[in-house]
Design a protein around this ligand. Sequence first.
Ligand code: ADP
Ligand code: MG
Ligand code: MG
Length: 879
Amino acid sequence: MAKYVYDFTEGNKDLKDLLGGKGANLAEMTNLGLPVPPGFTITTEACRHYLAEGEVPGGLDEEIGTHLAALETTMGKRLGQADDPLLVSVRSGAKFSMPGMMDTVLNIGLNDESVHGLAKQAGGNERFAWDSYRRLIQMFGKTVLGIDGDRFEHALDELKGKRQDTELSTAELRELVGTYKEIVREETGHDFPADPREQMRLAIMAVFDSWNSERAVLYRRQERIPADLGTAVNVCSMVFGNCGDDSGTGVAFTRDPASGRQGVYGDYLSNAQGEDVVAGIRNTIPLQDLEQLNKGAYDELMAIMATLENHYRDLCDIEFTVERGKLWMLQTRVGKRTAAAAFRIATQLVDQGLIDLDEALLRVTGDQLAKLMFPRFSTDAERTLLTKGMNASPGAAVGKAVFSSERAAELAAAGEDVILVRRETTPDDLAGMIAARGILTSRGGKTSHAAVVARGMGKTCVCGAEELEVSISGKRFTAPGGVEVTEGDVISIDGSTGEVFLGEVPVQDSVVVEYFEGAADESDELVQAVHRIMAHADSVRRLGVRANADTEEDAARARRFGAQGIGLCRTEHMFLGERRQLVEDLVLAASPEERKAALDALEPLQRTDFIGIFQSMAGLPVTIRLIDPPLHEFLPDLVELSVKVAKGEATDKDHKLLEAVRRLHEQNPMLGLRGVRLGLVIPGLFAMQVRAIAEAARQVEGAQAEIMIPLVGAVQELEAVREEAAAILADAGVEALIGTMIEVPRAALTAGQIAEAAEFFSFGTNDLTQMTWGFSRDDVEASFFSRYLELGIFGVSPFETLDRDGVGRLVRIAAEEGRKARPDLKLGICGEHGGDPDSVHFCHEVGLDYVSCSPFRIPVARLEAGRAALESAGSGDTR
Ligand code: ADP
Ligand code: MG
Ligand code: MG
């Protein structure tokens, strides 16, 4: 029989799939002997069953009953017992942490009788008991009964007026409980459930249901967390931070999640419970100050944090509560961190001897590296500093200030850059946070909702800018000195320094880009960390990394970034600009002589381009793709020409061009006369390009040309072109590989034949994706991709991450059959996927020789190629 409930003493940190992250880590801490309030975890499997079948699995209630009875024995009191109640929290906890995305209910077990028992337990502290009771009805009402939380908030605000919540008297709290019960009756038509077991049962169901709440669904989509994992439920005996000034609750990190530095980072709030510390209801104090308030608890916490770091060998974040001087651990997990901190922490842990370089490499990602390559604000520019808040999540964001999530989403949808400004954020702000370039709050510390979520999303965030007076209803904030910023005014926020500027501040390269450019300050800690990890990635990777580069400048940058060659040099841009004229002549040529004249005029221009590229790649391979797009792309626009003709302003040539444009017009140009088809139909065009390549290669010492034929679907196409090209190369006395792109499904399916005529394959996965799915990227991305993502038809756009099952299968077939026909066949990829982390791993798995991507993505590809090598060698889980 399936086991659906695990006591905290039964689990461990590796059971996240089953127990969720929170439950697995509570168990781990329990087994480490840390002070965790006893409890048990209901598995994700039970949740999945409930969500699929609409009812809990058979036997679950009994199993929960058995574990509750055991807990009651341990604690020496029964759930909700009138004179001495056991209270519990019912907490969600999925495999991947979803901060604040799902629901938790505290103080379960209170009712009109047990509230007196609780007061008795606390030495007659009635105030505390009634505060706990009103919190239960408030949380239960909102998350279990689905009542609008504002109703409770308003009742509370009305009662307390300008006072703090801690200043409410026992009588007032008792009155508030009455009001809350009245709200429950009004909203649901029923009384607040007094039976403790019923409270617990309903709360567990609500946590299951919260897996599919709107904000949880949105968060998962954003973070690419699978929708079918379900959440576990933790039932945990209560400890109380709200029973006076010797109690409180806090959050902490074992290191600074923004920089990685070791130290004491956290927030603490006296006489408070649960979310109070992150909700910004009162001002928190820095964790250091706990030492003054309660040295014993503080010292114990520091010792536990050291234990956790050594045990998890990583940065941990922590939730804890102090109940009348005694410390309790309520949560830990390997903490989210900024990209810079990830690199720094990984190398710091190597230096501390906790992990080796392999593991350090596995702990950083290409996405994080890409974030470090984002630009930062220029320090030379004139800047008007409005204020400085906390540097919660790095980056340089510029946009119009907006004061609500709805407005942020609205303007962003209209293509505007916005900065979402709030006092603090709540899970309801998620849509606006996603839409915004950056987030600015006036309250809350580095562990506030805004900070945690922004870091998770890699979004720039400045929080706790307390000098700002934010008026949400007035859609404005006032900075020190009286500067007012109203909705629509542009501001710039720097998430690395916490600075907030008026107006648009120009941006400059990040230090990491400067490092790749060879221009960084080598003493910079981040630069050193990146350098060490990149060097290690290069030493372990098997995949080569090349660049997609069409110009000398791109080629030169690509080399500085570590490219080992060019995997795709497109030749079509060489037909643009002033050279368009020559292409027009080519298209209009009425005789072989005229055509030859046009080609002869193009050839030296092409040659010069190739010489430049060969020179900047100094002996590294350069794959040159012969012309690919349909010719009419180089001709004037049909409508413009027609207008000219209609207006009688057309020249003779215009008339001829119009005719040609009409003749060459295609319904589906992507599937029309292009690539190798063009080479076979327009005599001399490919030959001219090959001659230009051969001559350029002859002139540049060590040049290594690879000639690539696009859009081949049948070996016969390739053979025809190859024969002519090989003859030209032989004439010039130049050696060069001749190969093809694999971008038409038929080419992949007949790869064995095609390999007979090709010395290399390069997977053109942009076209291959379009043709495999049967949609054109330009047409479909805007029209229905967001809907498809919503429906879960794609987890991610197949143009971003290679679709392993479909397109990937074709790549696999072609690689295998190609290699079978020609064992030394060189294999590469030159679609944009070449710089996408997941796709790089795929390329490693199928045994390609190299990936090729845009120059800026090269460091990412190098890093991920290293990680892929370690991953396939079984060094670990790289998620
Ligand atoms: P989240 O996943 O949003 O962090 P939690 O389940 O951790 O939600 O609970 C929300 C808050 O309630 C946290 O601050 C947590 O520390 C506190 N809390 C949860 N269970 C207990 C408990 N048994 N006793 C005291 N505080 C608790
Ligand atoms: Mg928590
Ligand atoms: Mg293509």
